[in-house]
Design a protein around this ligand. Structure first.
Ligand code: ADP
Ligand code: MG
Length: 929
C-alpha cells in the first residue's frame, strides 16, 4: 500500500527533495492547468453531476492514501543527542570532568559525568517527546470538506478526499486538496504559504494559463494548504496529501512554532551569567585555596592540583545545568496537558503569555453562542409567525397564533419563505456516517433557511433549481448584507438578506397587504421596533428583501444592484449561549480578568445574550459611535469592567484590541469567523474555535480550541499560570541552593583561617545537586495549581523572575542555608566527631534545608496543608532522594566513597534542627505577608 512508501519518505532529511516515484498521482495527458475541466473529469474517471461513488472513493483512498500532510525532515536521534552536548553549560561540566579525571580525581569525574548524562538523557527524552507532541497536535486540528459523493453534496473529513472528488470551497474555508477549478465566483485565495505573496490571489475557472506558467500564474488551480480569501468555487481534486504541491515543496503548513518564550530567554541569559560567574568563582577559589595552604608550598604541583580540583568542583556546582532544559520540558508538558483538555497550542511561548491575560475580547456568534441557528419566528406583512422544530432537521411547522398554517394559507407566503434560501449558499444535509443529526454546510446563518423552507411546505432543492444563479454579491462584515441575483422564469430577480439597518438602507418599497407600496419612515420605525423586540429576546435577526432587476442590466455591481429593494420581512434565529459559558465567565472574573464582547450583531441582541451569560452591566458601544470616538475617549471607555461593542466591523475590532494593548493590557481574542482574523492576529494570544471556526481563523490563531468550548480557554489560562508559578519555584529553589553551597564553602574559608577543616569537598558539593535536588526539582514542574492561583490578579507581562526583590530573598535564604550547613558541620566537630562525619552533617544539613526550601516556595500558604502531598511525583522523589541521602551519610559502606564518615544517630540532631529553623523562618515570613 502507499502508506509504507509514505512512511519511508517521512525519514528523509531534506524537506524539499523527495523521490517523486514514491507518491502516486493519477496519470494525466497534460499538466492539470492545461486541461479543460470536462476532459480532466473524464481522465480522472469522475462525474461532474454525481461525483465519485463511495466504493470508488474508498478504493482510491487505499490506493492514494489519506489526504494528510506529514512532517518530513525529522532529526535523527544522534543529531538530537549531539545537540544536547552543544549547550555551553554542559561543555563547561564536560571540561571539568575531563580535568578532574586527568588530575586523578576519579570520583569527582564520575559524579560530574553522572550529572552530564542525566541531563543529556532528560534533554533527549524531552526532544523526542516534543516531536511526538507536535505531530499529535497537528493531527488534532482537523478540517472538513464539502464534496459531491453518490450525487449528493455532503460534508466529510478532508483527510478522506481522493483524486477525482468534486468539492466546493467558500470564503474562510481551506482549500482541502489541489483542485482544478470547474466554476468560480469572485474567488481569491491566500497563497502566501506557497508563493510568499501576501495579497489574495485571484482565481478563475476560465483562466487559461500558459503551458509554462509558474505556481503563481496557474489561476485555474487552487492549492491545498491555502485558504479562501473571498468568493466561492467548485473544483475537481487532482492531488492529495503529500502528492499535493504543498506536500512536495514546503514544510508542513499547520506550522507549530517552537520559538523561545520570554521565560526561556530570561533563563538562557541567567544561565550564561551564572556560568561566567562560576568561572570567576573558580578562579577566586583557586587563588584563595593556594594562599590558605601556603605552608604546603614545598610541594607546589600537588597543591596546585588540589586547589584546581576544588575550584572546578565548586564552580561546576554553581552552574545551573538543568534550568533551561527544565523550562522547555515544563512548557511542552503544559502543551501536552492542554491538548488533553482540547486546547491545541501552536506556539510554545503562548502558554506563558496565557497566564498574563488581563482582557478577553470575545466574538459573540460561534464563540459565546453555539452558532447552531434555528429560525424560530418570522414577521412578514405585519403578521407574526412562529416556527416549530429545532436544529437543522426539516420537521416542523409554520404557526400563526398557535395554529399550524394550512397549505392554502402558505400559498401567498411562498416568496417570503424561500427568500432567505435564495439569498444564500447554506445547505443542510441529513444524518450520515460523520454526523448524527441533520447538519449545516456552509454558514449556519444561511443554512438555517433551508429547514424554514421545508417547514413552509416548499421543496428547497426544487426552488434552487428553478432559479438559476446569475451573480452573487457576497456577504461582508462591512455591508452586513448579501445579494444573489437569479433567473426566474426569464426575469432577473435579486434576493437580499442581512442586518436590518443594512437591508433597510437598500429598500425603497415594502410588501403591504400583498401589494408593493413605497416605504415611508413610519414603516421603517415599525420594522426597527419589531427587530428590537426580537433582539431583546436574544434572537439574531435577519431582514429579507427582493427586487426585480431591469431587463437590460448587464453587470451586477453593488452600486447598481443594491437599491430600490422591496422589504419582505424579518426572521429571528435562536442561537443559544454555549453550555458552561456562564461558569467559565465566573472563573474569568474570579481570576481578575475582564471580558469584552465584540460582535457584528445588533446591540440589543448582544446585550440580551450578555445578560443571559451573566456579564455585569456595562456600556454598549456601537460601531457608529466607535468610528467617531477619538482614541483617548475610547481608551477611557475600555477601562470599564464590562463593555459590549456591537455592529463593529473587523477594522473596528482590530482598533479595540490595539487600544487595549496601548493601555498595557494583555489581550486574548477569541473568534471563529473570517471577520475575526485581523484581531486574532493583533492579539497577544489569538484563540480560534476548532470545530465550527473557519480555517482562516484557525490559521491566524495561536491556540485552537478543538471542542469549541469557551470554558476551555479558562482552563488554558489556569494552565499558563500554573506552569509559570511552578517554574518560578523551580528556578528560585535551584538558585537558592547554589548560593547556599557557595556560602557554606566561603564560611569554610573563614573557618580554615582559624585552622578548621573545610566543610565540603568538591565531590560532596556536586553530590548535593545530583542526589539531593535534581529529582525533586524536576517533579516540582508537575505541581497542581495552588488554591489562590486563579484568584490572584494576572502577573505583569515582562516581569522577571529574577528581580531585585527575589534576588534579595534568594541571597538571604541561600546564605542562611549555607550557614545552616556550616552550623551542622561545626556542631558535630565540637561534639567530638571526625572531619568526615562533620562533612556528612554539612551535606545532610544543606539537603534537608533544600527540601524545606522547595516545599515552602511552592505555596503561599503554610506548607502544612493538603497541598503538601498534592503532587505525588514530588512527594515520591523527595522520599527517594531522602533515602539516598540517608544512605550516603549514615551507611558506612557507601559514605566512605563520598569521603564521609558515617553519621551517628545523635549527629542528625544538628542538620535537622537547622532545617527546622529554616522552616520556621519561611512560615513566619508567610504569616507576616
Ligand atoms: P458576529 O461578530 O457576532 O460573529 P457577524 O459578523 O457574523 O456577527 O454578523 C453580523 C450581522 O450580519 C448579523 O447580525 C446578521 O444580521 C448579519 N449577517 C451575518 N451573516 C449573514 C449572512 N450570511 N447573510 C446575511 N446577513 C448576515
Ligand atoms: Mg462570529
Amino acid at each position: 500500500m502507499n502508506q509504507t512508501s509514505l512512511a519511508t519518505t517521512d525519514k528523509d532529511n531534506g524537506p524539499v527533495k523527495r523521490p517523486s516515484h514514491s507518491l502516486q498521482t493519477p496519470e494525466l495527458s497534460a499538466p492539470a492547468h492545461q486541461l479543460e475541466g470536462d476532459l480532466l473529469i473524464e481522465e480522472l474517471a469522475s462525474d461532474a453531476e454525481r461525483g465519485l461513488d463511495s466504493e470508488e472513493a474508498a478504493r482510491r483512498l487505499s490506493q492514494y492514501g489519506p489526504n494528510l500532510l506529514r512532517e518530513t525532515g525529522h532529526q535523527p536521534w544522534y543529531q538530537l543527542l549531539l545537540h544536547q552536548f552543544s549547550d555551553l553549560m554542559i561543555v563547561v561540566l564536560f571540561v571539568a570532568a575531563a580535568l578532574a579525571w586527568y588530575l586523578g580525581d576519579v570520583r569527582g569525574a564520575i559524579v560530574l559525568m553522572a550529572i552530564i548524562l542525566i541531563n543529556a538523557a532528560i534533554g533527549l527524552y524531552q526532544e523526542f517527546h516534543a516531536e511526538q507532541l507536535l505531530e499529535r497536535l497537528r493531527s488534532m486540528i482537523r478540517s472538513q470538506a464539502v464534496a459531491l459523493r453518490d450525487g449528493e453534496m455532503l460534508e466529510l473529513d478532508a483527510a478522506d478526499l481522493v483524486p477525482g472528488d468534486i468539492v466546493t470551497i467558500e470564503e474562510g474555508g481551506a482549500v482541502p486538496a489541489d483542485l482544478r477549478l470547474l466554476s468560480s465566483n469572485e474567488l481569491a485565495t491566500n497563497d502566501f504559504m506557497l508563493t510568499g505573496e501576501s495579497l489574495p490571489q485571484e482565481k478563475d475557472a476560465a483562466a487559461e494559463p500558459a503551458p509554462d506558467a509558474g505556481l503563481a500564474e496557474q489561476d485555474n488551480l487552487a492549492f491545498m494548504g491555502t485558504t479562501v480569501a473571498r468568493g466561492s468555487a467548485t473544483g475537481v481534486v487532482i492531488a492529495t496529501g503529500m502528492a499535493s504541491t504543498i506536500g512536495e515543496i514546503a514544510e508542513i503548513g499547520q506550522g507549530i512554532k517552537r520559538d523561545r518564550s520570554p521565560l526561556q530567554l530570561e533563563m538562557n541569559a541567567l544561565a550564561r551569567i551564572l556560568t561566567r560567574m562560576a568561572g570567576l568563582i573558580a578562579l577566586a577559589l583557586f587563588l584563595i585555596n593556594l594562599l590558605l595552604r601556603s605552608e604546603d608550598f614545598a610541594d607546589l604541583p600537588a597543591l596546585v592540583n588540589a586547589s584546581l580540583l576544588f575550584a572546578i568542583g565548586v564552580a561546576a556546582a554553581c552552574v545551573p545545568q538543568g534550568l533551561p532544559a527544565q523550562i522547555t520540558v515544563a512548557l511542552s508538558l503544559g502543551v501536552g496537558r492542554l491538548a488533553r483538555e482540547n486546547a491545541v497550542v501552536k506556539r510554545l511561548s503562548s502558554v506563558e503569555t496565557l497566564g498574563c491575560t488581563t482582557v478577553i475580547c470575545s466574538d459573540k456568534t460561534g464563540t459565546i453562542t453555539s452558532n447552531q441557528m434555528t429560525i424560530v419566528s418570522a414577521w412578514a406583512d405585519g403578521i407574526d409567525y412562529d416556527i416549530s422544530g429545532r436544529g437543522y432537521a426539516p420537521q416542523g411547522q409554520v404557526l400563526r397564533e398557535g395554529r399550524a398554517l394550512e397549505p392554502a394559507e402558505l400559498e401567498g407566503l411562498q416568496l417570503f419563505f424561500q427568500l432567505g434560501l435564495l439569498a444564500g449558499n447554506g445547505r443542510t444535509h441529513e444524518p450520515d456516517a460523520d454526523h448524527r443529526d441533520w447538519y449545516a454546510m456552509g454558514d449556519p446563518t444561511e443554512a438555517a433557511f433551508m429547514p424554514l423552507a421545508f417547514k413552509a411546505g416548499l421543496q428547497p432543492e426544487q426552488c434552487l433549481e428553478d432559479s438559476e444563479l446569475i451573480a452573487e454579491l457576497a456577504f461582508d462584515s462591512q455591508r452586513k448584507r448579501m445579494v444573489m441575483v437569479r433567473r426566474v422564469g426569464g426575469r432577473a430577480v435579486a434576493y437580499m438578506k442581512g442586518a436590518t439597518p443594512s437591508v433597510l438602507e437598500a429598500c425603497s418599497q415594502i410588501v403591504r397587504g400583498q401589494e408593493v407600496v413605497p416605504l415611508d419612515d413610519n414603516m421603517g420605525d415599525a420594522i426597527t421596533a419589531r427587530m428590537q423586540d426580537f433582539s431583546a429576546q436574544s434572537l439574531r435577526v435577519i431582514a429579507l428583501a427582493y427586487r426585480e432587476l431591469p431587463g437590460d442590466q448587464q453587470d451586477y455591481t453593488i452600486e447598481k444592484t443594491e437599491r430600490d429593494f422591496v422589504f419582505a420581512g424579518l426572521v429571528a434565529m435562536l442561537d443559544p449561549p454555549r453550555e458552561g459559558v456562564e461558569d467559565a465567565l465566573k472563573a474569568v472574573y474570579r481570576a481578575r480578568m475582564r471580558l469584552f464582547m465584540l460582535t457584528g450583531d445588533d446591540p440589543v441582541t448582544a446585550a440580551a445574550i450578555a445578560e443571559r451569560i451573566g456579564m455585569p452591566d456595562g456600556r454598549v458601544i456601537t460601531g457608529n459611535e466607535l468610528r467617531d470616538m477619538p482614541d483617548a475617549e475610547l481608551r477611557d471607555a475600555l477601562g470599564a469592567r464590562s463593555v459590549i461593542l456591537s455592529r463593529v466591523s473587523p477594522k473596528e475590532k482590530y482598533r479595540v484590541v490595539e487600544q487595549l494593548k496601548a493601555l498595557g493590557e494583555v489581550v486574548a481574542v477569541t473568534g471563529d469567523g473570517v471577520n475575526d482574523t485581523l484581531s486574532l492576529k493583533r492579539a497577544d494570544i489569538g484563540v480560534a474555535m476548532g470545530k465550527q471556526g473557519s480555517e482562516v481563523a484557525k490559521e491566524a490563531a495561536e491556540i485552537v480550541l478543538t471542542d469549541d468550548d469557551f470554558s476551555t480557554l479558562v482552563i488554558a489560562v489556569q494552565e499558563g499560570r500554573t506552569i509559570y508559578q511552578n517554574l518560578k519555584s523551580v528556578i528560585l529553589s535551584s538558585i537558592t541552593s547554589n548560593i547556599g553551597e557557595l556560602s557554606c564553602v566561603c564560611t569554610g574559608f573563614v573557618g580554615a583561617a582559624v585552622g578548621l577543616p573545610i566543610p565540603l569537598t568538591a565531590v560532596q558539593i556536586l553530590s548535593i545537586d545530583l542526589v539531593g535536588e535534581m529529582l525533586p526539582l524536576m517533579a516540582l514542574t508537575f505541581d497542581p495549581p495552588d488554591r489562590t492561583l486563579m484568584e490572584q490578579a494576572p502577573r505583569r507581562q515582562g516581569s522577571h523572575i529574577i528581580n531585585r526583590k527575589s534576588l534579595v530573598d534568594i541571597v538571604a535564604m541561600g546564605v542562611l542555608m549555607g550557614l545552616g550547613g556550616y552550623f551542622s558541620f561545626y556542631m558535630v566537630l565540637l561534639s567530638g566527631g571526625s572531619t568526615g562525619s562533620a562533612q556528612a552533617a554539612a551535606f545532610l544539613g544543606i539537603v534537608l534545608i533544600q527540601y524545606v526550601n522547595i516545599l515552602s516556595r511552592r505555596t503561599v500558604d503554610s506548607i502544612f496543608s493538603g497541598y503538601l502531598i498534592a503532587n505525588g511525583k514530588l512527594t515520591g522523589s523527595i522520599a527517594f532522594s531522602f533515602l539516598l541521602v540517608a544512605a550516603i551519610t549514615s551507611w558506612p559502606g557507601l559514605s566512605t566513597w563520598f569521603g564521609f564518615e558515617a553519621l551517628r544517630l545523635a549527629d542528625w540532631l544538628w542538620p535537622v534542627s537547622a532545617a527546622l529553623v529554616f522552616l520556621a523562618i519561611f512560615e513566619i515570613k508567610k504569616r507576616i505577608l
